[in-house]
Structures are given as structure tokens and as C-alpha cells.
Write a protein that binds this ligand. Sequence first.
Ligand code: SAM
Length: 294
Amino acid sequence: MREISAKEQGYTIGGRPLAAGLYLVATPIGAARDVTLRALDILATADILTAEDTRSLRHLMEIHGIALADRPLYAVHDHNEAAASPRVVEAIHAGKSVAYASEAGTPTVSDPGFPLARAVIAAGLPVIAAPGASAALCALTVSGLPSDRFHFAGFAPATAQARRAFLEELRDVKATLILYESPKRINQMLEELVQCFGDLRNCVVARELTKRFEEVTRGTLGEVAAAYAGRDVRGEIVILVDRAPERRAEQGDWEGALDRALETLSVKDAAGMVAEAYDLPRRDVYQVALKRGK
Ligand code: SAM
């Protein structure tokens, strides 16, 4: 059976054909209806469709009743992006509109699309965003952590040594940290965050956002790590960690800060807080706190 073209379905971009250029189209991270109307217009009218995963894009288009008709749909992913880019540039040069969608969320954000966009920009041709869902912003929105300044760190490196260096670099960043993580490594990552940042900073783990089993766990790093310890975790995950605490006084004042903290906190919590705030070895502060504490 012949598929009905976008024109026959009534899709247009303001009554005009889509201008030549690369359209980076955000797709849902869970709920299929989280696609924008403009993204659907672009998917319906672009001359050429490209996608990290052509099956996912076809599925999304089917859900929303958008026909591929006789338009080409190519796979462009991490393994062929460099080779595929010149073909896309050539097509745009020839006046074609090319849509690109990664598997879920916003292209280029821990996803393919960056080399493609750079190649099109380098050729002096237009790159246009069709913005929409991204797990990072979705997680920040529900986290309850400060959103005035945030630092997207993506996925941590795979090796333990590189990960340690990566976390140490993030430790003093004065912004809410946003990390992507796999369910297989979430427990280990939370433990490593506790080791590197201490257990008192606020942390949020946002899992399966916009999906049926959406779950948001909030608490201190120690509490969230304990809540996840030993759990067989599934699904997609974003970790958020509150910013590094402000240093409230000069380094020499840490014992005074410890005395004040001991007025309201336990020895362990007071030592942890002061050690983190003054960047001191937790064990040393703990020993002093033990002598001064209740
Ligand atoms: N480009 C995507 C974006 O804009 O969010 C991110 C793609 S990256 C390959 C996939 C990672 O994003 C997952 O491992 C997870 O960390 C996060 N993620 C994607 N969908 C999610 C969801 N529904 N809930 C929580 N995290 C999600």
C-alpha cells in the first residue's frame, strides 16, 4: 500500500517547503507524546531523514502517523558519522533539508550529531535545532537542587583511575552536577561519589524519567548510596549532586567551624561537614571532633 506523503497529510512548515539545512531534532526520552509539533513537521517534510537508530525513528513516526513515503532514511551513528557527514553536506549544498534524530533526547548531548553539525557548520551551511526533551534538564527540573547554575558532566569514564580524576575535577565546581550513568554501575558510582565528595552533600537519582516506573530518590549522598546499595537496578539514570559548599572562613578557622558544628551535629556529621568545607582529611577532623565533641 502506498504511504501518504506529508503534503497529502497536510504537514507544512508555514506553508513552505523546509529550507535547506541540517535539522537536529530532539525526540522523547520516554513518553512518545513528548515530541514537539515542530519536530513532527520537520520529520514529515524533510527531504532526507537520518537517525542514530532508524528503527526507533520509524517507530516514533508511526506512532504519530508520519509517513516516510519515498524519502531516504539513513543511519548515522558513532561508528559511521565521520564517513556519513560529507554525504549530508553535499545534499544540503544541493538544496536538500536533512533531519537528524538520535535514539532518544537531544542529538549531540552524550549522543551522536556533533561531528555532523560541525561538518555542516564548517561548510558554511545552516544548522537548525528543533529543541525538545533531554534527560539532563528533565532530571534537573524535578531534582529540587539549585538550577541557577549547573554543570553537565555526561558519562564518567570507564576505568577506575580516570573516573577518580574525573570526580576530583568536579568536586569543587560551584554548580549542581549532572551525570549520566548506567544501571550496572550506579551503586559503584554512588560509592565513589561518597568517597570523593563526602556523604553529606545533597544528591538526587532520577530513574526512568517520563516512563511508567519513573523514580526520583532524594537525600544526602550517604543516604542515596545506602538506598541503592545491593539493589538490582534497571532502566536509565541521571545522578545530580549539589554544588561544593562555600568556604565560609579562612582555612585557619576550621576548628572554630568545627566547634560551631558540634553544637548541633553529631561528631561524625560535624567532622564530615567541616572536612568537606575546608578540604581537609576526614579522619584528621574526626579525631579533633572526638576530643572536643559530646
Ligand atoms: N541525548 C540524550 C539526552 O538528551 O538526554 C542522552 C543520550 S545518552 C546516550 C543516554 C543516557 O541519558 C542514559 O544512559 C541516561 O543516563 C540518560 N537518560 C536517557 N533517558 C532517560 C530517562 N528517561 N530517565 C533517566 N535518564 C535518562
